[in-house]
Design a binder for this molecule. Structure first.
Ligand SMILES: NC(=O)NCCC[C@H](N)C(=O)O
Length: 258
């Protein structure tokens, strides 16, 4: 049986000090953020995901954005080397967690950098953003890790947002969705659908035709509902202030055979 596990990591008490790159810094309420995170985790659990909580990293303000620390392809967990040095201490706990779940572990090495938020899988195609956080060596190392496993790796320039998945994700049928004003090259994606809101570009696949989206993108939720999807929304406003989204708060492990 394929797995349905989701890695998450509780917000650090220092969350409000998290990095902000493309947005104006706003005050973050850590108590409210923790409530929003708990509600997010509850949605995953309610949709059949077994929650695997990585031990908290209280000294790392951005550690809740667990997606950036590891990329899964089949049963291989590629531990990243985040582009921001302040986030590198986050990976040790994640490595321990995925090894404990039975993943084969591989690593992005110095001098390469790669953030998991730059990696979008659509079937066996792996799009990787060449962004402010992921460099050319990181892209090369990702290719070397996943192409032998059958991945087709496509590099995508990203200059207007933090990560590739800040502007582009994919629906269950493989249609890539994105917010064009935030994309460098929409033409790189076949079967592309434009969405009207920036945070509408981020959908997390809950399974079947169910999608998790941020409450901040009601027009896109309406568009996707009209296409026959069941959309569940969560308020993740405190994380959005730090350029986070629904995708970056978890890592789903779907190809572990226990
Ligand atoms: N994958 C993601 O979208 N990660 C969001 C990371 C936000 C965090 N404040 C950062 O700048 O690294």
């Amino acid at each position: 049986m394929p797995s349905k596990k989701a890695l998450v990591r509780r917000p650090s008490p220092r969350l409000a000090e998290g990095l902000v790159t493309h947005a104006e810094r706003q005050k973050v309420d850590v108590g409210l953020a923790t409530e929003q995170w708990e509600a997010y985790v509850e949605v995953l659990r309610a949709h059949g995901w077994e929650i695997c909580e990585v031990e908290g990293a209280d000294d790392c303000p951005d550690s809740v954005f667990v997606e950036d620390t590891v990329v899964l392809f089949r049963n291989v967990a590629l531990i990243t080397r985040p582009g921001s040095a302040s986030r590198r201490p986050e990976t040790a706990g994640v490595e321990e967690a995925v090894a404990g779940l039975g993943c084969s572990v591989n690593w992005i090495w110095d001098p390469g950098t790669l953030d998991g938020g730059d990696v979008l899988k659509v079937g066996d195609t792996v799009y990787v953003g060449r962004s402010g956080r992921t460099d050319a060596a990181g892209v090369q190392q990702l290719r070397a890790a996943f192409e032998p496993l059958g991945a087709r790796v496509v590099a995508v320039p990203v200059s207007k947002v933090l990560h590739l998945k800040s502007a582009v994700t994919a629906l269950p049928d493989g249609t890539v969705i994105g917010h064009i004003p935030k994309m460098d090259r929409p033409s790189l994606f076949p079967g592309f659908l434009a969405v009207p809101e920036e945070s509408g570009a981020q959908v997390l696949l809950l399974g079947g035709h169910q999608l998790l989206m941020a409450a901040s993108a009601p027009k896109t939720a309406e568009l996707l509902t009209d296409l026959g999807y069941e959309v569940v929304t969560v308020d993740i406003g405190e994380f959005e202030k730090l350029e986070g989204s629904v995708t970056c708060l978890s890592v789903r492990l779907r190809e572990l055979y226990a």
